[in-house]
Design a protein around this ligand. Structure first.
Ligand code: CTP
Length: 476
């Protein structure tokens, strides 16, 4: 089975493996393709980088392999890590000498001890990532699989090659990688490995935020991130880096009144959204849309449970969460914040409230992001009550139809009031002052309310009328 798969390796990768084989024949230094690269060939997934391990200096070996090509690619050397890499077109080829200690490319520890192939394989994270392909002439293409990685690929199992406590203490990020691979590949985590994650969860605290968020975002980009989030929650990892999300969990009941569990609701919204959008940031908006609920939760006999203003409180929490999780503090954060703030607006419109004016205001506030907001809002409908679901979806259709009607008529999405503050100042010969703002706002409101249409002439006439009303005269 495996030799057949070897033929599926694209020619660009094959020439690299053959060149490494030639260097092995010339120098007597054995070399192997390893790790995720081999896993992805076996899974028939597109491969990205080629990783080659040799039993000697990875840096010298890389230089020898690079010389086999003309022109020879530039070799970048990372002395501290004992690694070297070169690029051939889009392909990145990385070389490392086999080592006795943990294979952790993010560790700052310099590499000291050389090892055998088996040493190298057993210090890797999972059996499915510890497979090697020999590049020696005599057995080129032979699969070297001391930990049954091939069998685990077939059984869809994530398992550490050594005692999981050892593998995870070598690099605690691997606990998240286990969950990421399980979610991405739809595998299950073998019970001792899973148990060890629960036992060692607190050790994630020593891992940098940047490495954690890389794995979390990979989980979020899978088709069904709830699987990963549930594992993060159940193993106790999540609370160490994302306590706000954990706070969503739980459904309280008082005197016959209950509210839904907002953690599982959020995950359902996230999965729903993933069927509609590949945008990482819209997915983050789904994760954070109800994040203000625990802080705004109230109970009284008259109204039962309420979460008034949770969208405002949630939007305010976004920058702090982004900063701590090492997510970018730029327009992407602002986008997520805006989505959280507006997430109730489309669904909040009752059938009779879906007026042109309400729609225009929604368009004005959401701007270009209106379609993303609609996707989020639709994903947020998780009711199990069929009649309610039908009503929500029908209302949504009306909102969508009206949105496109109003947009076509008034072009509010990128709306800038047609008479600017500068023009008001120039016309009345006013310095920057309160009346300028009052007139400008009044024009905007009149357009949004449908009192005047969105064009220069009507806005100008309205400006004159409003100025007179508040006693502003043209100053000579
Ligand atoms: N590895 C490890 N422990 C880590 C990171 C990586 O043992 N904390 C080993 C694994 O053998 C892994 C290989 O290094 O297969 C390459 O790592 P990386 O490129 O980060 O991941 P891949 O497994 O290739 O997966 P992906 O490309 O999907 O991230």
């Amino acid at each position: 089975m495996f030799s057949e798969l070897l033929h599926t390796i694209p020619p660009t990768e094959r020439v690299v493996l053959e060149a490494a084989g030639e260097v092995t024949a010339e120098t007597g230094i054995n070399s192997y393709a390893v790790g995720g690269y081999v896993r992805d060939i076996l899974l028939n997934r597109p491969t990205k980088d080629v990783d080659i391990v040799c039993i000697g200096s990875g840096i010298e070996f890389a230089q020898n392999v690079a010389r086999k090509f003309s022109p020879a690619p530039h070799v970048s050397v990372f002395k501290n890590f004992g690694t070297a890499m070169f690029k051939l077109g889009d392909l990145e080829v990385e070389f490392v000498g086999a080592r006795k200690e943990s294979y952790n490319r993010n560790s700052r520890k310099p590499i000291v001890e050389n090892g055998t192939l088996e040493d190298d394989q057993q210090r890797r994270d999972f059996t499915i990532n510890a497979l090697a392909i020999s590049l020696k002439k005599e057995n080129f293409g032979e699969l070297l699989d001391p930990f049954d990685g091939l069998q685990h690929l077939e059984q869809k199992i994530i398992k550490t090659p050594l005692d999981p406590d050892i593998t995870f203490s070598d690099d605690p990020l691997r606990m998240m990688r286990a969950i990421r691979f399980a979610t991405e590949l739809d595998f299950s985590i073998e019970s001792a490995t899973l148990n060890s994650i629960s036992v060692n969860a607190a050790r994630i605290e020593i891992v940098s935020g940047e490495r954690i968020i890389t794995e979390l975002n990979k989980i979020i980009m899978t088709p069904q991130p709830s699987t990963g989030y549930k594992l993060l929650f159940d193993t106790g990892l999540l609370k160490h880096f994302f306590p706000e999300m954990v706070d969503l969990q739980g459904a309280e009941h008082i005197g016959g009144y209950g509210h839904k569990d907002n953690f599982y609701h959020t995950l359902q919204v996230l999965d729903n959204l993933c069927r509609k959008s590949d945008s990482l940031w819209l997915r983050w908006a789904a994760i954070l849309h109800d994040i203000g609920k625990p802080a705004t939760k109230r109970f009284d006999k008259k109204n039962g449970w309420t979460f008034h203003g949770h969208e405002v409180v949630g939007a305010r929490m976004v920058p702090g969460i982004f900063r701590r999780l090492k997510l970018p503090m730029n327009e992407q954060m602002k986008f997520v914040q805006k989505m959280v703030l507006l997430h109730l607006r489309p669904i909040g419109l009752n059938r009779d409230e879906i007026t042109d004016s309400a729609i225009r205001r929604l368009l004005f506030d959401a701007g270009n992001d209106i379609h993303d907001l609609m996707k989020l809002c639709e994903a947020d409908i998780t009711t199990k009550n069929a009649a309610k679901m039908k009503r929500f979806l029908e209302n949504f259709e009306i909102v969508r139809r009206k949105l496109s009607e109003v947009e076509e008529k008034d072009r509010v999405q990128n709306f800038q009031p047609p008479v600017s503050g500068e023009e008001i100042m120039r016309y009345f010969n006013l310095p920057p002052s309160k009346p300028v703002g009052v007139i400008k706002d009044a024009i905007k409101e009149a357009i949004l309310d449908g009192e005047i249409t969105n064009n220069y002439e009507e806005a100008f006439q309205f400006m004159l009328k409003k100025a007179e009303e508040i006693g502003v005269r043209k100053r000579e």
